[in-house]
Design a protein around this ligand. Structure first.
Ligand code: CAA
Length: 258
């Protein structure tokens, strides 16, 4: 399928989606979000792909929802089209791991897009923020809910109330990003990391992702029960047998995703 606002590539078993609307610093207009959703659905259905990288340009991962597109909408417009939720949630329902590789600005919806992914690798020039308050609105794609879960209440509240932008080092210290890599290595490192995941057992990767996500949706007791049951379930897979047998035989495992 031909896309206008994104580039789609595959590197062996890794799918890469690059936001590509440079004149607007990858502002997330409706069509761009729709294209990302469509590309993700294709990658989810493609058995060759085991993990996905979502990235932008060196200057901007994404500078937010498209302010020009939003500016004149009425309450009834945004309510009826379920604005911002509609179309964005594909990132959170995708079972294959998605790594956000963030360079430059990840502001507003851009920061929220990144936080919907499974983890964020940041280039050393990355900048994160929820500046919606400075344009008379609030984060609308999970910023008030996911940011506190990543960085805690105090920092999230300061960022949401003031619109202050944090740099990559602060984002790493706060736990928003898993690690920082030099800008020129970001894409390669993200693909390498995704390939490492894609080479592992697909059902076990799905199970691990589902179990970590459960930590953010339930109580500790329920989460631990879920983990125990899904851990037990891994013993019903061929890949658990292969993985442990390969360890005992001092060889690399050959997972067949069953
Ligand atoms: N929406 C629409 N267009 C945007 C945009 C956005 N979020 N961010 C940047 N652009 C456009 C600019 O309008 C400009 O276009 P023109 O050349 O046609 O004027 C172009 O991208 C380049 O931007 P700047 O000239 O502003 O570039 P800069 O380097 O001087 O500044 C910036 C960069 C600090 C990121 C600045 O562009 C900026 O503040 N952008 C808006 C950030 C923002 O408020 N994001 C939150 C949006 S609301 C939201 O996301 C709601 C939600 O929760 C989902």
């Amino acid at each position: 399928m031909a896309y206008e606002h994104i580039l789609v590539e595959t590197h062996d078993n890794v799918g890469v989606i690059t936001l590509n609307r440079p004149k607007a610093l990858n502002a997330l207009c409706t069509d761009l979000v729709r294209e990302v959703g469509s590309a993700l659905n294709d990658m989810e259905a493609n058995n060759e792909i085991g993990a996905i990288v979502l990235t932008g340009s060196e200057k901007a991962f994404a500078a937010g929802a498209d302010i020009k597109e939003m500016a004149d909408k009425s309450y009834m417009d945004v309510y009826l089209e379920d604005f911002i939720t509609n179309g964005w949630e594909v990132i959170t329902t995708c079972r294959k791991p998605i790594i956000a590789a963030v360079a430059g600005y990840a502001l507003g919806g851009g920061c929220e897009f990144a936080m919907m992914c499974d983890f964020i690798l940041a280039a050393d020039n990355a900048k994160f923020g929820q500046p919606e308050i400075t344009i008379g609105t609030i984060p609308g794609a999970g910023g008030t809910q996911r940011l506190p879960r990543y960085v805690g209440k105090s920092k999230a509240m300061e960022m949401v109330l003031t619109g202050r932008i944090m740099d990559a080092e602060e984002a790493e210290r706060a736990g928003l990003v898993s690690r920082i890599v030099p800008l020129e290595e970001l894409k390669d490192e993200a693909i390498k990391t995704a390939a490492k995941i894609a080479d592992l057992s697909r059902p076990i990767v799905f199970t691990a992702k589902e179990s970590v996500n459960r930590a953010y949706e339930t109580t500790l007791a329920e989460g631990l029960r879920f983990e125990r049951r899904t851990f037990h379930a891994t013993f019903a897979t061929e890949d658990q047998k292969e993985g442990m047998q390969a360890f005992a035989e001092k060889r690399s495992p050959k997972f067949n995703h069953r």
